[in-house]
Design a protein around this ligand. Structure first.
Ligand code: AMP
Ligand code: MG
Length: 397
């Protein structure tokens, strides 16, 4: 039995990086940048008004109220063409360029217009209501690094610098294979002894965020069928995720089949609850994750191990779930012989402290509880967490 960190080390070691490709920015959410993003221009590209009002010289309005002659206007997309002289003002709109010679904008609410003149009610400070040229970003500045994961909130920033297309790392092709003679399709009405295959669709949804995932037809606990399915998948995919059949029962055939096929098995037992019988192997350059069949075990081991591999293959800078800390509100019992990563829901108390609101785990088959989990709580082997303890958590995202 190996530790979780050792398992992760092996997974990262055995994971080969994929090549870059160029895609449309609009399709890039969740992809990993294979290039850096640099500013191709200064932002703002000119001194820009933050208000509707009048562009003035601060020196002209220091004894406000004063009257200035309106000599023109500056609107977004078409600035004022001349230079502002003393005693003059230019009508200006939000987003429009501040005319040469002006050093402040007085907002329209503090002005009164009459007969081609504007009365400015209050003095201004230099740069008042002006977004100064290049104050946000300077041309050439690095905005994002290579190997960052593109999120929705990054899109506007990337687009602003003209990247309609971006270079990202290719996504792995992943296959999902559920095993078990009791498994039936989710649209079937299970007979006695049968259960619906919830793992395949769950893993498809999880994996699609980081890979192009395909669900293969599930297979019964039959050594020939399983062997065919694994052998074929290993030829056509970068990653194969199987569920079920990794325990030590007579019909747990995943490991025997991997051995028969000559797969290289790196580990087959991890000090982890839930998820101890997780297998990691390689066949024809295809990484194979044999996850336990219990839905919560499949989910947790996907988040800890498979997700890491899928992101590592894309050279992502951070491949693991985001770690943090939260205060335990109710005792959480440790497993005596393994570390645990238990699903839990989080909340923030009135003092702004992040707390573990409740454990969403009562056995690895209870996916109803898991449905409300937003983190995994680390419980070290043999060490109960007591109310008030600070626990390490990983955000499920
Ligand atoms: P196994 O790992 O094959 O021993 O399966 C452990 C438990 O998980 C059994 O109760 C199975 O019925 C259940 N299980 C296995 N595969 C699936 C699946 N694809 N969807 C839902 N539950 C499953
Ligand atoms: Mg089974």
């Amino acid at each position: 039995m190996i530790s979780i960190s050792e398992a992760l080390k092996i997974i990262k070691r055995e994971t080969r990086p994929l090549l870059p490709e160029t895609i449309d920015l609009v399709n890039s959410i969740g992809r990993v940048l294979a290039q850096e993003i640099r500013a191709d221009m200064d932002l703002p590209p000119f001194d820009r008004s933050q208000m509707d009002g009048f562009a003035v010289k601060t020196s002209d309005v220091k004894n406000a109220p004063v009257r200035l002659k309106i000599v023109g206007e500056s609107i977004a997309g078409r600035g004022f063409d001349g230079k502002l002289n003393s005693g003059e003002a230019v009508r200006i709109m939000t987003g429009a360029p501040v005319p040469e010679g002006a050093d402040a904008v007085q907002k329209v609410e503090l002005t009164e217009e009459k007969d081609g003149f504007i009365k400015i009610a209050e003095r201004t400070q230099v740069r008042q209501n002006i977004n100064v040229f290049a104050s946000e970003v300077e041309k050439g500045e690095q905005i994002f690094e290579s190997e960052e994961i593109i999120t929705e909130n990054m899109i506007a920033a990337i687009a602003s610098f003209g990247y309609a297309k971006v270079e990202v790392f290719k996504r792995p092709k992943a296959a999902i294979l559920s095993t078990g003679s009791e498994i039936v399709d989710i649209c079937a009405i299970p007979l006695k002894d049968q259960i619906r295959n919830s793992n395949s669709i769950m893993l498809k949804v999880f994996a699609d965020r980081f890979a192009d995932a395909e669900v293969l037809p599930s297979v019964k606990d039959d050594i020939k069928c399983l062997q065919n399915a694994i052998e074929k998948a290993a030829k056509n995919f970068d990653v194969l995720i199987t569920t079920g059949g990794v325990s030590i029962g007579d019909y747990d055939l995943t490991k025997p089949v991997l051995r028969r096929l000559g797969a290289q098995i790196f580990f087959e037992k991890v000090s982890l609850k839930p998820g101890k019988p997780t297998v990691f192997a390689k066949l024809n350059n295809c990484l194979i994750f044999g996850l336990p069949g219990n839905p919560v075990s499949s989910a947790v081991t996907f988040y800890l191990f498979v997700r890491t591999a899928l992101l590592k293959m894309q050279s992502a800078k951070s491949c693991e779930l985001k770690p943090s800390f939260a205060v335990v509100s109710e005792k959480i019992k440790a497993a005596q012989e393994r570390d645990s990563f238990l699903p839990a829901s989080l909340a923030t108390d009135k003092k702004g402290k992040l707390i573990i609101e409740s454990l969403r785990f009562n056995g690895s088959s209870n996916f109803i509880a898991f449905a409300r989990a937003d983190a995994l709580v680390f419980v070290p082997q043999g060490k109960n967490l007591e109310s008030g303890d600070v626990a390490e958590i990983l955000f499920l995202q």
